[in-house]
Design a protein around this ligand. Structure first.
Ligand code: ZN
Length: 306
């Protein structure tokens, strides 16, 4: 009897001290979304479920393809989750401008680059002169099978370094199912040539190079200017696979250089899904959440001259 009472007391103490209340750590502060799009670069039918990995799997949510509706819903969800700013790119550069004009304080406009040969560099330089864009990328040339250290990208990195632009690049093992996509063109070690050549380049890597965890850690240890986002992997792969990769980076001590993203494309609900995936990570303390949701991006973007 006495033993039972003792045991009960111990259990009560444990349940109070272990932080088992999931509400306890809920993040309530501002958020910067470092990875947003005005849509997809291929046409998809209205209502199409979100992509998911690994196949076979079932994606949730329905695509919104009408631009006006997608912008409205995106802003609505940004407000709901206190997402104050988004790094925004799109294959249709005019759409990026439209979104920026509709909500100038909310978006950092940036051109999406799929094929470097298809870009008129002089026109792009003029767009920066006219302050139409404040960032570069997503550089999604891996989708065209082009490695990040390919010479065709050199003028873009040079331009970004000269203009001091934040640059988002898709360098990881997974991407859209396209005949030209190459996983082998996504090893983060391929960024080394770029980082050596452009030491002032403000580069951040989509999905923290998933699933090349060790290679990404090596690059981040060696090149302190390199940041990452955790975006699509917050919702496109199983939660445990995301947490394994994410926790490895946290354990490696990199929490000051990981930034939140949603990779919103045509499924704006994924902004909320991405926020919740980070907020529910059992290995993060509140301070780390503040860094990942806001402080790291504010520093990287040099908001308020930080
Ligand atoms: Zn993206």
């Amino acid at each position: 009897m006495k033993r039972n009472v003792l045991l009960m007391g111990l259990l009560i103490t444990l349940s109070f001290s272990s932080g088992s209340n999931p509400e306890q750590n809920n993040y309530k502060g501002p958020i910067i979304d470092m990875h947003m799009h005005t849509g997809l670069f291929i046409k998809v039918p209205e209502g199409m479920p979100a992509i998911c990995r690994p196949e076979p799997c079932e994606g949730k949510g329905g695509a919104i393809v009408n631009q006006a509706e997608l912008l409205k819903k995106t802003l609505e969800i940004m407000d709901r989750y206190n997402v104050q700013k988004g790094f925004l790119s799109g294959a249709d550069w005019k759409e990026v401008q439209d979104w920026k004009n509709a909500a100038p304080d909310r978006f950092i406009a940036s051109p999406f680059i799929l094929d470097p040969k298809g870009v008129d560099l002089e026109k792009l330089k003029a767009a920066y002169e006219q302050e139409q864009f404040e960032g570069l990328g997503e550089i999604a040339t891996q989708l065209s099978g082009i490695k990040p250290n390919d010479p065709s990208l050199e003028p873009f990195f040079q331009l970004a370094e000269e203009r001091n632009l934040p640059v988002l690049i898709h360098t990881l093992g997974i991407g859209p199912e396209m005949p030209t996509f190459r996983s082998s063109a996504g090893n983060p070690l391929l960024l080394e040539d770029v980082l050596v050549k452009h030491p002032k380049l403000r580069l951040f890597v989509e999905n923290a190079g998933f699933p090349f965890t060790e290679e990404m850690i090596a690059m981040m240890y060696q090149y302190p200017q390199l940041y990452v986002d955790v975006s699509t992997i917050t919702w496109v792969i199983p939660r445990e696979a995301f947490y394994d990769h994410f926790e490895a980076l946290i354990k490696a001590g990199l929490e000051k250089r990981i930034m939140f993203g949603s990779d919103q494309m045509v499924w704006p609900d994924k902004i909320g899904a991405a926020v919740e995936a980070i907020d529910q990570a059992p290995f993060l303390n509140y301070e780390q959440k503040e860094d990942i949701f806001y402080n790291n991006a504010a520093r990287f973007l040099r908001l308020n001259n930080q």
